[in-house]
Design a protein around this ligand. Structure first.
Ligand code: NAD
Length: 244
């Protein structure tokens, strides 16, 4: 993989899980990386940290402006902040739908809107959205979450078409079940976390959960000039689940 020397990147939801692994990988490869998160208190140097809530347009604009000023520009946006939701359409209220859609979809729109003017000035502009296999897999008990990720998938294709002539590539990754603090919280809430973990692992053709660093690797590829002719695509990082 090419290195990221001279590349300036912003990672939303970069304080934990997939976002954290991505921010650290890009920094190890030579990028200057800013993390935007609800709670960036755990983020250490060399990563730069900015507090923002992607559901609050003013806070996103302020954090992006501060990060771009500190980075002296922007080449890469990793639109990754997201939250989960479980249940069927009968389990989630209208408020649940608005709240989760506001983070998972409109949050990415707000961040992209704040970043696009700066990405236009870059010679290597790329946006990578964290989608999910839930967008296309038809998972049970995930109606709301899947619908938000379906929207992220469509948004990725539409943005790729809108911005390709400006030199801005837009792609997404579709992770399967990734071993992150989020999944840890789900397991902790189960009656038997060990059995639940074993069931999740058994669902994977590889027999194990996907590592956050493995998703970070796919994001780094889509953010790098190595994928310079690739836009409007999704890359599955799911341990083979999608092929079943
Ligand atoms: P995580 O909970 O470990 O990390 C998410 C980060 O996003 C946290 O640091 C959190 O503070 C931040 N965040 C949440 N809401 C925010 C908001 N309103 N504004 C700013 N920051 C906010 O989760 P993760 O597992 O690393 O998930 C990251 C992304 O990957 C999400 O978009 C998720 O949908 C997607 N994903 C995860 C999995 C999985 O199995 N873990 C699978 C497919 C897709």
């Amino acid at each position: 993989m090419s290195d990221f020397e001279g590349i300036r990147a912003l990672v939303t939801g970069g304080a934990s899980g997939i976002g954290r692994a991505t921010a650290e990988l890009l920094a190890e490869r030579g990028a200057q990386v800013a993390v935007l998160d609800l709670d960036p208190s755990s983020v250490d140097k060399p990563l730069l940290a900015y507090r923002a809530d992607v559901t609050d347009d003013a806070s996103v604009r302020e954090a992006v402006a501060a990060a771009v000023a500190d980075l002296d520009g922007l080449d890469v946006l990793v639109n990754n902040a997201g939250i989960g939701a479980q249940g069927t359409v009968e389990d989630n209220s209208d408020d649940d739908w608005h709240r989760v859609y506001d983070v998972n979809v409109v949050g990415m729109v707000r961040t992209a809107r704040a970043c696009l003017p700066h990405l236009r000035a870059s010679a290597h502009a790329a946006i990578v959205n964290t989608c999910s296999i839930a967008a296309t897999a038809g998972l049970p008990q995930r109606a709301l979450y899947s619908a938000t990720k379906g929207a992220v998938y469509s948004l990725t294709l539409a943005m790729a078409a809108d911005h390709v002539r400006e030199g801005i590539r837009v792609n997404c990754v579709n992770p399967g079940t990734v071993d992150t603090p989020w999944v840890g919280r789900l397991l902790d809430a189960a009656p038997d976390p060990g059995a639940e973990r074993a069931a999740l692992e058994a669902r994977q053709p590889t027999g194990r959960l996907v590592g956050a660093g493995e998703v970070a690797g796919a994001i780094a590829y889509l953010a790098s000039p190595l994928s310079g002719a690739t836009t409007g695509t999704s890359l599955a990082v799911d341990g083979g689940m999608q092929g079943l």
